[in-house]
Design a protein around this ligand. Sequence first.
Ligand SMILES: *[C@@H]1O[C@H](CO)[C@@H](O)[C@H](O)[C@H]1NC(C)=O
Ligand SMILES: *[C@@H]1O[C@H](CO)[C@@H](O)[C@H](O)[C@H]1NC(C)=O
Length: 519
Amino acid sequence: MAEGLLSLCLLVVVVFPAVLASRQPHIVVILADDFGWYDVGYHGAEIKTPNLDKLSAAGVRLENYYVQPICTPSRNQLMTGRYQIHTGMQHGLIEPCQPYCVPLDEKLLPQLLKEAGYATHMVGKWHLGMYKKDCLPTRRGFDSYFGYLTGSEDYYTHVRCNHVPGADLTRCALDLREQEEVAAGYKGQYSTELFGERATRIIAKHNPEKPLFLYLALQAVHGPLQVPEHYEAPYAFIEDPRRRAYAGMVSAMDEAVGNISSALRQTGLWDNTVLVFSTDNGGQTLSGGSNWPLRGRKGSLWEGGVRGVGFVSGPLLKQAGTATRELIHVSDWLPTLVGLAGGSLNGTKPLDGFDVWNAISKGSASPRLELLHNIDPRYHDIAPCSGWNRDLASSQGVSADLWQWSGFNVSVHAAIRSSKWKLLTGYPGCDSWFPRPGHNDSDPRLSKDVAPPPLKAVRLFDVENDPQERNEVSDRFPEVVEYLLRRLHHHQQSALPINFPKDDKRCDPGPSGAWGPWA
Ligand SMILES: *[C@@H]1O[C@H](CO)[C@@H](O)[C@H](O)[C@H]1NC(C)=O
Ligand SMILES: *[C@@H]1O[C@H](CO)[C@@H](O)[C@H](O)[C@H]1NC(C)=O
């Protein structure tokens, strides 16, 4: 009897790891590029996104979810679970000829999942550096890779044009790779379909016994505005041609996501899948995107730049069919997904992300109480948007003196969030409110009749009650300002020096080459 029990115990002990392993969920992360806050059907857009609406309605919509204002930084934080200031990448994004990448001593999400037993696949946009081979996705944890290493290329030719220093010419060259090799055979295939189909093929071929990590970083819906006619046709009613093309691109993306969820269901993987959908940053209003009613756009630290469309779907969610207003950030995925995988964080550097699974799945309070949006002493706007900006910028030298006691240089571009409060210093980037697409309400401050409010170097908003950042309240809550400036000062002390090297002319792939490692 006792012996029987003992062997039963042994049996349990021996079998347990195998049971655990078989229950590790499949993880699918779909990252859209430049997808605006307003531009998903469930935020009221005139654009149809039936698949995103349906998947998110059956999952959990993240309505207080943040990303970084531009491409490389969001992807960097997704992959490392760490703020940009901690990788020296707080400034800008990686241009094709810049010789740097996410530091090689950072352990990335796919490496951690691979160690936890996952098959790891990536399709689409990398943009985390490629000047040498050690920077490539296949050397950083992905078993397979099919995609492009930079950004902004043509959707059909997969060619990216970029200025080459020294050579002093604009080089247009292919940027598409299969594993580490140049993939030349895909000219003419629209990338949303190309990458969507590649992802569904990976799902179809996957051995369901092994946990899957699939990271699909779509080119959609970043410029250039290119889309097959049949996706754009339903939007003939949209007058603005950029918005119309963008709408078609969103529809193509929505269809690709629908295809992926169908593939997951057909293969039976869905029953044990966690699917994350996220944008990488706010929409680019210059390329048809909209973040209405939020202020600013891609590239700025206003809500329009950093509040992201995001949701989680799949049968493992305990409270499906809900929306959460808990504070969640793109750096939280690494600890959250590694936690779901039953993996170990061994080898990571101190994380800025939190495991937010209970907040998403069960509606518990988020462990994240604060969010550093960024501190970038070298910031300059990628696309200034009005005369207003110049006034604000020139005011900084004057009013900055008032805040010297804090230890934080308030002329520096920075923003931080704590509970409902958001503090911005320096010039946050394009600060307009753009009209709702199809409506002609515009920024009242741009009207000649409205005198601009006093200019300040430090701005405080209650973004929970004022998500449009219209009522600046630093005068009314000086103690909140003081606290948040001290927090910025604290964070700045832990920042690495900015790593933003000059272009290296050896990047030139030559007339018949492809962008890729040169060092
Ligand atoms: C979705 O799948 C259908 C059927 O296979 C295919 O015709 C279509 O091109 C796919 N759409 C995208 C965007 O990949
Ligand atoms: C942690 O990782 C290091 C290498 O990154 C390895 O040598 C060590 O064995 C790991 N420890 C555990 C407990 O897995």
